[in-house]
Design a protein around this ligand. Structure first.
Ligand code: BGC
Length: 261
């Protein structure tokens, strides 16, 4: 039997207190990893994830930081590494879509905020963890992008730009670290049912519109992303680096081209 075994590994998941990050934290723990659950302000939610993991016999702790603040990220990495005895897996999951507004009608401050969390945050986290990984000669960094690293999205230019940037950051960092025992991979989720897109799936009309953009005709579940993250973090994926794995129910294969053309 092939086992997805992360025992002895220590993982930090940003935005681990809800949505995709919660599913990732829980699944990494189920595979045997110790998990640092990062949150920004939602301590009770992060603690609930920790409780779920420890209740199942796993090991987890929560850590707070504003990912747009490099000093706060440094401190979090030091604290998490000290508490877990090192860090081997970083999942840069935290992110926000931002407010929908076409360029010109938007506020540059919001653009900056999306870039700060969705692109600078992963950069700061990777930068802070790298020395530990280089020293131990092993590590996996998983950056959660989106189908919008490929698909433009009206009204969300900051988000799409940040995700495309995170994709290229993934490839460049992978190139820089491949000979140091470190793998850097991106996961591009499609439409996954989480609080981030609740206003869309909560409404029958917008849900129908979204389903039609997905070849499989349904939204994904957080567990369907978390299982890929756990696989990529494991030695089963030992030859994968510098690429994006799309987990999107076929959103990127243009379902609208099933007809006509
Ligand atoms: C966004 C979701 C959106 C999905 C598909 C994701 O990256 O965070 O809000 O539903 O892309 O457009």
């Amino acid at each position: 039997m092939i086992a997805l075994d992360l025992s002895g590994r220590r993982a930090l998941v940003t935005g681990g207190s809800g949505g995709l990050g919660q599913a990732m934290a829980e699944m990494l723990a189920q595979a045997g990893a110790q998990v640092a659950v990062h949150y920004r302000t939602g301590r009770p939610a992060a603690e609930a994830v920790v409780q779920t993991i420890t209740g199942r016999g796993g090991k987890a702790q929560s850590f707070a930081a504003d990912l747009a603040d490099p000093a706060a990220v440094e401190t979090m990495m030091k604290d998490a590494s000290a508490a877990l005895g090192g860090l081997d897996i970083l999942v840069n999951n935290a992110g926000l879509d931002g407010q929908r507004a076409p360029v010109g009608e938007d506020d540059p401050k919001h653009w900056q905020q999306v870039l700060a969390v969705d692109l600078m945050g992963p950069y700061y986290c990777a930068r802070a963890i790298l020395p530990h990984m280089v020293k131990s000669g092993r590590g996996v960094i998983i950056n959660i992008t989106s189908v919008h690293e490929f698909i433009p999205w009206e009204g969300y230019s900051a988000y799409a730009s940040a995700k495309a940037g995170l994709s290229m950051f993934t490839k460049t960092l992978a190139q820089e670290t491949a000979d140091k025992g470190i793998r850097v991979v991106a996961v591009a989720p499609g439409a996954i049912q989480t609080p981030i897109n609740e206003t869309v799936w909560d409404n029958p009309n917008s849900l129908k519109d979204l389903d039609e953009k997905i070849s499989m005709g349904r939204l994904g579940t957080p567990a369907e992303i978390a299982s890929v993250v756990a696989f990529l973090a494991s030695d089963l994926a030992s030859y994968i680096t510098g690429t994006t794995i799309a987990v999107d129910g076929g959103m990127l294969i243009y379902p609208e081209f099933r007809h006509g053309g």
